[in-house]
Design a protein around this ligand. Structure first.
Ligand code: SAM
Ligand code: SF4
Ligand code: SF4
Length: 345
């Protein structure tokens, strides 16, 4: 835990600037980061996409609904919006809603596949509006990329151009991360090592890992699951690279407990992959009321007492910052209070 706090910029870069502030929210069972699925649309065709995003059958909330949500979030003390999707930059009015968030006092974080940032006009506006960014690129190897995207496409080069455009334009690298979805093909010829090295040593940015989950389109490609041994190798290598400890999930328990997710149809969840964390729809009951009535569900309040987690996570030496991925437990064990089934410890 101390190592997590002592880490440069307090925490693995790319998702928050102030871990102490997040820990205050954790202790108060409050939401610090609101994830918003701004559109379901995405042309990238990642075969495993848990959000089941395609360019067809687009679902998104109106601009007005989003602005009301942002007002409500700011009133509730939310500090930052993590825009996701689908591909957030495929939504036509992304500039308008992100400018609204900024003017409401919220920090804009964007999860993007990077492709739209190969357009200089998009890049310039992005630089102006966005404070933190994660660019999702699993591999720089064309063969493995093609395997994960149903064939090769110019989108591969566009993603890299987008990432490099951000760096060349001076986006603060301490506010950037590369997001890797950890799947079995990344272990072919140890490709994951090269991706992690490129991120840290060449681009100078952190790597945040999302272990593959058999959710959404991922349900049809379960052979992409990494093994526990692969998980251990990837996490141990990445953790040694930046000296920050972590368990087998996306972030620490401080992120999971202080974030919640609004889907493209207005569905509010503690986590988009944990179905029992659903508390209602903001179209029917506004965000403020849903949050007031359900803050303990949204923040997994019960799990703050480790004895309420089943199995090894409850007595693990790392449970001061880790409680495993609740999505993994729910998807694999059918119970989000079970220990993380992918943890190698
Ligand atoms: C759904 S995408 C949306 C934002 C943006 N299009 C992107 O790719 O970053 C958000 C993150 O989900 C992760 N992801 C997608 N499908 C996944 C799956 N089946 N299991 C685990 N993580 C997944 C990707 O790593 C990606 O960074
Ligand atoms: S993971 Fe992101 S980039 Fe890939 S298809 Fe899904 S939304 Fe698009
Ligand atoms: S056993 Fe549980 S708490 Fe310990 S590192 Fe693994 S997932 Fe985290």
């Amino acid at each position: 835990m101390q190592r997590l706090k002592d880490a440069k910029n307090n925490v693995r870069r790319g998702w928050t600037r102030d871990l102490d502030d997040v820990i205050k929210y954790f202790n108060g069972s409050q939401i610090y980061t609101l994830e918003v699925k701004i559109t379901s649309s995405c042309v990238m065709n990642c075969l495993y996409c848990y959000a089941s995003s395609t360019k067809d059958s687009v679902q998104q909330m109106s601009t007005q609904t989003l602005c009301t949500l942002l007002d409500d979030a700011a009133d509730c003390g939310v500090q930052q919006i993590s825009w996701g999707g689908g591909e957030p930059l495929e939504r036509a009015d992304w500039r308008e809603v992100m400018a609204y968030a900024r003017d409401t006092g919220l920090r804009n974080l964007v999860m993007t596949n990077g492709m739209e940032l190969s357009d200089p006009g998009n890049l310039a506006d992005f630089m102006d509006l966005v404070e933190m960014v994660s660019v999702h690129i699993d591999t720089f190897d064309q063969g493995i990329w093609a395997r994960l995207h149903g064939g090769m496409s110019p989108r591969f080069d566009a993603q890299i151009q987008g990432l490099e455009g951000l760096i060349e334009s001076g986006f603060d690298r301490t506010d950037m991360a590369l997001y890797m979805t950890l799947t079995d093909p990344l272990f072919i010829a140890d490709d994951y090592l090269q991706t992690i090295d490129l991120a840290y040593d060449h681009y100078g940015i952190s790597v945040i890992m999302y272990p593959f989950r058999a959710f959404g389109f991922g349900k049809d490609v379960t052979d992409l699951n990494p093994t526990k041994e692969q998980m251990a190798r990837a996490y141990q290598y990445r953790n040694a690279k930046d000296g920050i400890p972590s368990g087998p999930g996306f972030g620490s328990k401080f992120y999971c407990s202080t974030s919640c997710h609004v889907g493209s149809g207005g569905e509010l969840f503690g986590c988009s992959m944990v179905l029992p964390s659903y508390v209602g729809n903001i179209h029917r009951i506004g965000f403020k009321d849903l949050y007031d009535r359900n803050s303990h569900t949204l923040t997994y309040h019960q799990l703050k007492d480790p004895s309420n987690i089943k199995g090894k996570c409850s007595s693990c030496a790392d449970n001061s910052f880790c409680w495993g991925c609740r999505g993994a437990s729910d998807i694999v064990c059918g119970d989000f209070t079970e220990s993380d089934p992918f943890c190698w410890k």
